[in-house]
Design a binder for this molecule. Structure first.
Ligand SMILES: Cc1cc2nc3c(=O)[nH]c(=O)nc-3n(C[C@H](O)[C@H](O)[C@H](O)COP(=O)(O)OP(=O)(O)OC[C@H]3O[C@@H](n4cnc5c(N)ncnc54)[C@H](O)[C@@H]3O)c2cc1C
Length: 435
């Protein structure tokens, strides 16, 4: 067992933990990072889109050797009913830029690379080690951790909790509550392998270009949730997730939804003939701003998914995770530089810096969205996608019906499904939650 004292112990080697450990080690702090998985990335699940800007702020030259799949040139949003999708596609040659803005990645490879950088920066990274308990002094200050390797306690001035969405350590120590089923989604994901040329033909890509499809509608059967399809070099990541509370209520399983999603006529041709090599399930924090727990205390800070920092509206999580890790590390470094103790008062700097960043600003902007989507899930994820599909079909089908009649039919289908008051109410609630 390690019996020296560290400036910081980082629990977890996902995006948040690696962002924190790397920044701390680069600033010259003595860092121990503990990860329960066999290696960094072995336990991590993501779609996965990587947002360059946030990684550049940590490792500016990451493009030189990071394992990146494709850079994204096209984003498709699909509103689906059982037989159709209405799509908004944005593709731009601007995304074929020298330093692309978004990439697809495979977390097992990417996190391993990131962890190598953490080691190079000077942190001691120990895998296959689960932190079982936070050690607190008589006043409740966190002063270290215990692990499943036995051998007593390991001490540090501050512990960075980057343990992911379930956050068991923090909850066990009474630092935060267990996330509510309405605040977490359960997502499943598969990797469909196909020859590189097949992927490029099906998605109209050349070289390392990639496409992302975000899909919502009847695929979630009225539950709050979404599906996704991301292109990697030689495989397609495909998945779907819904709120845990909705799965509890309906008795449906994410696996059933995934099967239906794969068989949808818009999806099946994209993955036809593929070989499925990986299947994973994972929770995603989706409670937004109102679900953020206490972020710091005497001797501890919490970052990434463990702090519920996830923007479900924009499907961003890993960038919030690595940025919150970096910001926490910068706050810790500042306190350390001033030779002050890691008290709650001093560590509140982390929250201040976080509030100045895009993370809290974005989550605050959408603070009412999670609740609205949850309460109105039947309308937003079932009724409207069906109505919009019907309206589109009515619009494009040429069958001799006068256009004025068609417009009346479409309007009637909306008002009989939701009534005028319902339609205006939904539009108003959506606009208010979006502002
Ligand atoms: C299906 C799916 C698709 C997603 N797609 C995207 C996407 O496209 N883009 C995006 O930005 N985000 C996406 N996300 C969200 C993103 O994956 C997370 O926000 C991000 O991984 C959070 O990073 P983290 O470091 O906080 O947590 P994690 O990546 O979960 O890392 C936590 C780490 O802590 C370790 N750990 C936990 N407990 C202990 C312990 N007691 N001791 C030691 N180690 C411990 C775990 O093994 C793990 O390695 C997706 C999530 C899912 C589930």
């Amino acid at each position: 067992m390690i019996d020296e004292k560290f400036d910081a112990i980082v629990v977890g080697a996902g995006m948040a933990g690696n962002g924190a450990a790397y920044t701390l080690a680069k600033r010259g702090l003595k860092v121990l990072q503990l990860e329960r998985g066999e290696y960094s990335g072995s336990k991590n699940v993501q779609g996965a889109i990587l947002y360059s800007d946030m990684l550049e702020k940590i490792i500016p030259d990451f493009r030189e050797d990071a394992p990146l799949e494709r850079h994204l040139v096209e984003q498709r949003f699909w509103m689906m009913d059982d037989r159709s999708h209405v799509g908004l596609h944005y593709r731009s040659e601007d995304f074929n830029e020298e330093a692309p803005n978004r990439y697809t990645i495979i977390r097992a490879q990417f996190d391993k690379w990131f962890s190598g950088k953490v080691r190079e920066a000077g942190a001691l990274v120990v895998c296959e080690t689960t932190v079982t308990e936070l050690v607190q002094d008589a006043y409740g200050k966190v002063i270290g951790v215990k692990t499943d390797r036995g051998g007593g306690q390991i001490h540090a001035d501050v512990v960075v909790l980057a343990e992911g969405v379930s956050g068991l350590l923090g909850t066990r120590a009474g630092l935060r509550k267990i996330p509510k089923p309405t605040d977490v989604a359960l997502a499943v994901k598969e990797m469909h392998f196909l020859p590189q040329e097949t992927i490029e033909d099906r998605f109209l890509l050349k070289g390392d270009e990639g496409v992302v499809i975000e899909a919502a509608g009847t695929i979630s059967e009225g539950m709050t949730g979404m599906g996704f399809i991301y292109t990697n070099k030689e495989c397609i990541s495909l998945g779907i997730g819904c709120l845990v509370s909705d799965f509890q209520k309906t008795g449906r399983s994410p696996y059933q939804l995934l099967e239906t999603f794969k068989q949808h006529p818009s999806v099946a041709p994209l993955i036809a003939g593929s070989e499925v090599k990986e299947y994973a399930a994972h929770l995603i924090p989706e409670g937004g701003y109102k679900a953020i727990p206490q972020l710091f205390g005497d001797g501890w800070v919490v970052v990434g998914d463990a702090a519920q920092l996830n923007n479900a509206i924009h499907r961003e999580g890993s960038n919030l995770a690595m940025t919150s890790g970096r910001i926490a590390a910068e706050a810790i470094f500042q306190v350390k530089s001033r030779k002050e103790p890691m008290t709650a008062q001093n560590l509140s700097l982390y929250k201040t810096l976080l509030e100045q960043s895009f993370i809290i600003k974005d989550l605050k902007k959408y603070k009412d969205m999670p609740q609205l989507l949850h309460i109105q899930s039947q309308n937003f994820f079932l009724t409207y996608p069906q109505l919009v599909s019907k309206a589109m079909q009515n619009f494009v089908r040429v069958d001799g019906t006068p256009k004025i009649e068609k417009e009346k039919m479409t309007l009637k289908s909306f008002t009989s499904a939701r009534s005028w008051a319902g339609l205006f109410g939904d539009a108003f609630r959506l606009a208010r939650a979006w502002r």
